[in-house]
Design a protein around this ligand. Structure first.
Ligand code: NZQ
Ligand code: ZN
Length: 391
């Protein structure tokens, strides 16, 4: 296991009706003038924004509203939010929604206290300072409610890039599983896929002797395999949604990723798809993961065989471990299809003729050196072959 520092100061408030505590939590974490930042309207229609606003007002906290965050959040609204925060002296940002609203809130939080262009953070500069952020989560997926990360798409060039820093870890996150019951089945399934991808991206490591995190990841994957179909079958199943919601947080606050190298090539390969086609991130991952894993499995066949046996219940073929490894990847692919995710480029809405554009943006875009690195280093030729495996 490698040396590590793990800092995860978020206060999680979990369970039914917990959004009524939003005002008290903002006050506890030092907010006095609050920006409520949310998405395209689901939280307004469900009455959640009204309840959150009432909770802040009950604490006497002035609040300002900025909605309109779209999935795969854009830089334009971030600039608008930064202007608003500066003009109104806002000192706390409360994101109400999913990964997109939370990531946009984190970008605004970092950009408001920075003199330069906030995009610097999405081009490699680490975030050291930000306004405090809190969240009320409405979809179990991205894990942004407990992560130090934010992913934004810049309209100019359509680059989708991530920024990181402990300063943008939420001060608190309110997780009420009942709020996810209004999700369309496709979004629920995309969230399940993203959570499993966060676990796999950590499982694919070049670090030896990491049994504790391997086992944590396996337990969470098994939970997702159990609870995913239950919630697709019965969207009102609170207990299944509760288990998925907490698994989604644990999958990405990095408690399962400490002390080991991680992959993230699949996420980078997918981000080009959701940047170009505006597809749901999880849906893009359902197509991406099996292709990447098939391409890189020979790098460490026993790791793929191990997850196949321990998580997917495959029989270990000691003479031909590649058979076991391949069987595990196939079971993962079929699982995604079974919960309603796309299986290939066509079902995702992607086009073969765009592959050169995707590869260029992935390997060269925004200053990249012609390759991406993770579990293995992939150059442009590798990435082209991977996108072709998705046809
Ligand atoms: O915008 P509204 O109207 O709220 O609708 C949203 C949106 O259309 C809808 N939705 C959310 N909660 C709902 C609901 N509809 C009905 N009832 C509810 N309770 O669902 C759609 C998707 O929302 P979004 O926030 O985009 O989903 P998700 O949480 O999957 O976030 C995806 C974004 O997070 C990034 C992705 O790249 C993508 O841009 N990621 C962020 C990460 C991080 N910050 O740590 C890590 C991830 O790997 C990921 O890359
Ligand atoms: Zn993800």
């Amino acid at each position: 296991m490698d040396n590590f520092t793990f800092y995860s100061p978020t206060c999680f408030v979990f369970g039914r009706d917990t959004e009524s505590q939003a005002g008290a939590l903002v006050r506890r974490f030092g907010g006095s003038r609050v920006l409520i930042h949310y998405g395209g309207g689901s939280a307004v229609r469900s009455g959640l924004i009204g309840r959150v606003e009432a909770s802040l007002k009950a604490e006497g906290l002035p609040c300002f509203l900025l909605g309109g965050v779209r999935p795969n959040p854009r830089s334009g609204l971030v600039y608008e939010g930064i202007e608003l925060c500066k003009k109104e002296n806002i000192d706390f940002i409360l994101a109400v929604g999913g990964g997109s609203a939370i990531d946009s809130a984190k970008a605004i939080a970092a950009g408001t206290v920075y003199d330069g262009d906030f995009w610097d953070f999405y081009s490699g500069k680490r975030i050291e300072n930000a306004l405090p952020v809190g969240t009320v989560l409405t979809i179990a997926a991205a894990g942004s409610e407990g992560s130090p990360d934010s992913v934004i798409t810049r309209e100019d060039g359509m680059f989708k890039r991530g920024a990181s820093g402990d300063a943008i870890r939420p001060k608190f996150s309110i997780l009420n599983p009942a709020l996810t019951q209004t999700l369309p089945p496709y979004q629920t399934a995309a969230g399940i896929t993203d959570i499993m991808a966060h676990l796999y991206e950590r499982y694919l490591t070049n670090t030896r002797e990491v049994e504790v995190t391997d086992r944590l990841i396996e337990a969470l994957l098994l939970t997702m395999i159990h609870e995913g179909p239950r919630v697709i079958e019965d969207p009102d199943n609170y207990d299944a949604r509760a288990n998925i919601m907490w698994a989604g947080m644990m999958a990405h606050n990095n408690s399962c990723g400490v002390g080991r190298s991680q992959d993230w090539n699949s996420h980078n390969i997918e981000h080009e798809l959701s940047a170009l086609y505006d597809c749901a991130h999880g849906a893009g991952l359902a197509v991406t993961l099996p292709a990447v894993f098939t391409y890189v499995m020979n790098h460490d066949i026993m790791r793929f065989a191990k997850v196949a046996v321990r998580v997917w219940g495959c029989q270990m073929d000691f003479d031909h471990p590649e058979v076991t490894a391949r069987e595990g990847i196939e079971k993962l692919r079929r699982f995604f299809i079974s919960i309603g995710m796309p299986r290939n480029f066509e079902e995702l809405g992607a086009r073969e003729e765009d592959i050169p554009v995707l590869v260029k943006a992935l390997c060269r875009g925004d200053g990249r050196p012609g390759s991406i690195s993770g579990f293995v280093t992939l150059d442009e030729a590798d990435c082209e072959k991977i996108y072709r495996l998705m046809l």
